[in-house]
Design a protein around this ligand. Sequence first.
Ligand SMILES: *[C@@H]1O[C@H](CO)[C@@H](O)[C@H](O)[C@H]1NC(C)=O
Ligand SMILES: *[C@@H]1O[C@H](CO)[C@@H](O)[C@H](O)[C@H]1NC(C)=O
Ligand SMILES: *[C@@H]1O[C@H](CO)[C@@H](O)[C@H](O)[C@H]1NC(C)=O
Length: 615
Amino acid sequence: MVSLNKSFLYGICFASLTWVVSLYLFFQLTKSKSTFTKVPTPHSWSVKNNIVDPFLKYTKNNAGPSQTYVNSPELVKKLQPVFGSSKGSDPYEEELANLGLVRDNNDLKIKDEGYKMHAYNVLISNRLSLNRDIPDTRNKLCRKIKYEQKLPNASIIICFYNEHFHTLLRTIHSILNRTPAHLLEEIILVNDQSDIPYLHQDLDEYFKKNSLTKVRLFKPEKREGLIRARLFGARRAQGKVLVFLDSHVEVNVGWIEPLLSRIKEKQSNVVMPIIDIIKADTFAYSSSPLVRGGFNWGLHFKWENLPKGTLKRKEDFVKPIKSPTMAGGLFAIDRGYFIDMGEYDAGMNIWGGENLEISFRIWMCGGSIEIMPCSRVGHVFRSRRPYNSPDGQDTMLFNSLRVAYVWMDDYKEHFLNQRKDAKNVDYGDISSRLQLRKELKCHDFDWYLKNVYPELPLPTDDEEQLKKRWSAIEQDKYQPWHSRRRNYVAQYQIKLAGTDLCIQTAKDVRTKGSGLVLRPCKKSKNQTWYETDKNELVLAQLLCLQAGKTSPILYKCHEMGGDQEWRHKGGQKSPIYNLAAGTCLGVNKKAVNATVVMKLCGDPEPSFLNWDIIV
Ligand SMILES: *[C@@H]1O[C@H](CO)[C@@H](O)[C@H](O)[C@H]1NC(C)=O
Ligand SMILES: *[C@@H]1O[C@H](CO)[C@@H](O)[C@H](O)[C@H]1NC(C)=O
Ligand SMILES: *[C@@H]1O[C@H](CO)[C@@H](O)[C@H](O)[C@H]1NC(C)=O
């Protein structure tokens, strides 16, 4: 029966991921625990347990997210490294969201502790196959490009600090699954002194047991931080090209060929994939638009739209796109070139600023940085950086000062004006980097601004100059996926099954923050819920039902899904499940004025969880 069920589900997933399907899955999941892959505890991992859970696989034939690359401010914003929480709804997420179901206290613990440590949904990551398929988000033209058989081979370098076991393994599996073996020299993993117990041993054991001989795991003697950990890895690499990746990514189909072939054309081409979005809350994978890297005078990296005219013809969507800076997490560079160019600034600490340093250096000293649109790598975008530097130093400021003093000439004043707090901050010895700049006979920063990034507004610009720079960049015209209009698809009351009590606001329909209670069912706007096409529940077309830690409230609709996104099967006796919380609407007693709360969806008393949807 179980196996029949599974293949049935498998079949459905390949057809279409509609509302109905996800509900079907949801009820399968709530009913039967056996549909979940047993998640092995890492320390007792065995090869046999490394099962691909068939119904978790995405279909390859699915069209995938939209191929129209119209940049919405939302998406450009979503890509910024000043991470906002990335929630929303798309067809893939429907299915994945169901994996987030918190059935019992153990699930809740895994989820809460996971968020604390990793800032993403570990519960879902644990339940998701290490070999899952992801949608092929490339432009269709990419599939027609033929790359040479003989490309330079690559060493992939991944540094991590306290990365989640399964998520890191999924990174590795995606690389092994989607990189032609002859192009993959090795994967170098640098464990930067993680303090999760057994993580290092568990990984080591896993690679040995599964004979993943191309994976080489290292641990430096002390915590080095991202920058020096990467140097540590790079110096042990043997491949022709170095590819730096983050530890919570999944590479997509054909990701490496565009990178390697561009480097083969010219050694000084430094190239990046497009960074697709893996949502931290659901692990849904979706495509990113074509954007490029820039920065502001606070020396923060930012994504921005492309210069006008970059994408005129069809072919422009698959051609390399020049980028003034790189985000830093993911890029490929010829190993010899990396060394000749002075690697990284080893005087920098832990994290921050290194991406602008290498960006300025490459451009100013004769190289180029490009985005290869046919190379796509998904990255888990987290809402915060879950770790700090060990001694509490503002390493971003320290490192940025080094960038400013080594590379920016007089333009560093713009940065120093923005960061008055930087005045007396020590930034260490930069003499060797200044020497490097001299030896490489680099252009000055003025050259860089004029030739590589003429669109960057200067603090000294007058209005006319600002306008000119502004108008050189593509503006947002049309955002099909973020229409502001709310579309209602249904209207109903929500009654606790087996009673005559309905959910209504404890205060009135306009009071933000109001809780919900049970009251005798009565046709009134206090009890009339409007469901939207984004699965929000809007009371009296005014405020949205929003999940909280212990109970739901009414709140302004934010249109970001997540805690305002609900699932139920309609009709009689349906649980109502919230996507972000992973928990269900319920009560603790069947009585007038009983407060509506968030409960574990596997609550032993289902009659407190089942609702009739009265249309
Ligand atoms: C990978 O490339 C390097 C540098 O060109 C070369 O020394 C090495 O033998 C190559 N590895 C394989 C397995 O061919
Ligand atoms: C709906 O709420 C308003 C404000 O609290 C109240 O005046 C009204 O009587 C309520 N109607 C019903 C049917 O409960
Ligand atoms: C429910 O709460 C309302 C408003 O606070 C109150 O008027 C009513 O008496 C309560 N009913 C019961 C049965 O407790």
